[in-house]
Design a protein around this ligand. Sequence first.
Ligand SMILES: [Zn+2]
Length: 137
Amino acid sequence: MFTTYVLVIEKTSSSRIRMRKQTIFMEKGVYLYVGSAKRGLEKRLARHVKKRKNRFWHIDYITSRRDTTVQAIYLSPCPECETLSAVSALGTLFGRRLGSSDCRCQSHFVKLNQVSLDDLRNWMTQNGFVEFPIPSP
Ligand SMILES: [Zn+2]
């Protein structure tokens, strides 16, 4: 049973994003977000894809925007923070205390280096991740 997932989020413009406790600057590009849901994984993933929702987690402030799209979802065989550390090889950690309120990681977001979504898919599947079909919003 999978409980950890990785969202591949494309942001098509650079902008500031105001959240409850901090404002971040997010450049356009592709980002990975690592999260987990001990129950209701599919429901959680559907929520991430929806634009209209109450903004509760940091990720909600990002995925509710019009300039972001969830391009792919992967399920991870490893726990959340281990997964973060694995995928951080693909880019640089983005933000501080962003998506990582419950652990000691700097952030649960990674800004991807220049890599195509196909190359990313190859890397993910070679490393034991399983692609999950994007729920319709
Ligand atoms: Zn963590």
